[in-house]
Design a protein around this ligand. Structure first.
Ligand SMILES: [Zn+2]
Length: 292
């Protein structure tokens, strides 16, 4: 996805209310808030269903339309935001968005307690999927990833074990678990990944495509037919997911902070951004205004 020139980015954020406009009952200056990066109309059929991203009149925040949170102030929609209790820090509030992506993927997967999961890729999405797979009681949560640093994070976030992405992933999965995955989460998003997952999937397996690939890709439908594979694509999250996750963080039922590897101020921000062209240890890099 390419943003228009001049866009102010920043779509994973929290902040304090400095001014409240219309339809903001209960909003008070100084309260902490986390917002979905969309401003919605609230009345169209997708809005009524809670599918903010599909709103007929959606305005994105930090994704090319309205300015995002790499700024001193950001405009958010009251119905698209969640007020944060005192026990949720601003840092934790900023992690609700990436966590919600993982939560929605797990919810859409139909994962049940005792299910076995293979997660391809331990970036922020894969890590959030690991966290919520553990949360719902999966038995084996195996992560396939090349970066050593990210494997360490995966273990902290909920993975029960990992496999080497450069070798036969399914052979390793079988060896470590004695079984096959019920659900494979594709969390990389480059061409060829869905096909790779289809090769790995057992008969009747389900693949949840959470990686965002914006290039044309090829699969062999016959492979999916022969194994009766289910392919499930997922997009973002619902407002309800933000409410749930804020509540789980507030009551210490999930540890959001485990995915933060770096915290920088505006002064070091350009440098930190450049470093992400060739990431090493980084997972979530937190921008903290006021930090020198
Ligand atoms: Zn709408």
């Amino acid at each position: 996805m390419t943003l228009p020139g001049g866009s102010i980015m920043g779509h994973e954020f929290s902040g304090e209310i400095v001014a409240a406009g219309r339809n903001t009952d209960g909003w008070k200056v100084g309260q902490k808030v986390a917002a979905m990066p969309v401003i919605t109309c609230g009345v169209c059929p997708p809005c009524v269903r809670g599918e903010a991203y599909a709103c007929d009149k959606v305005v994105t925040v930090g994704l090319g339309q309205s300015s995002g949170a790499y700024a001193d102030f950001v405009r958010v929609g009251a119905r698209d935001s969640v007020l944060l209790p005192d026990s949720v820090s601003l840092l934790e509030g900023a992690l609700i968005e990436p966590l919600a992506v993982g939560y929605h993927a797990v919810e859409m997967s139909g994962l049940r307690p005792g299910g076995n999961v293979l997660i391809i890729g331990a970036g922020p999405v894969g890590l959030a999927v690991a966290l919520f797979s553990r949360f719902v009681g999966a038995r084996h949560i195996i992560v396939s990833e090349r970066s050593e640093g990210r494997l360490g994070m995966a273990a902290r976030m909920g993975a029960t074990d990992h496999v080497n992405a450069n070798e036969d992933v399914m052979a390793q999965f079988r060896k470590k678990t004695g079984t096959v995955p019920d659900i494979i989460f594709e969390c990389v998003g480059v061409p060829g990944m869905i096909s790779d997952c289809m090769k790995m999937a057992p008969r009747g397996g389900k693949i949840v495509v959470a990686g965002v690939c914006s290039k044309p890709d090829t699969i062999l439908p016959l492979m999916g037919i022969m194994k009766e594979i289910s392919l499930q694509f997922v997009l973002a999250y619902r407002k309800r997911d933000f409410d749930l996750i804020a509540g789980w963080i507030a009551t210490d039922r999930i540890d959001a902070q485990a995915m933060v590897t770096d915290t920088v101020g505006f002064a070091d921000f350009p440098q930190a951004f450049e470093a992400l062209r060739t990431p090493s240890h980084q997972c979530k890099v937190m921008l903290k205004p006021g930090l020198v």
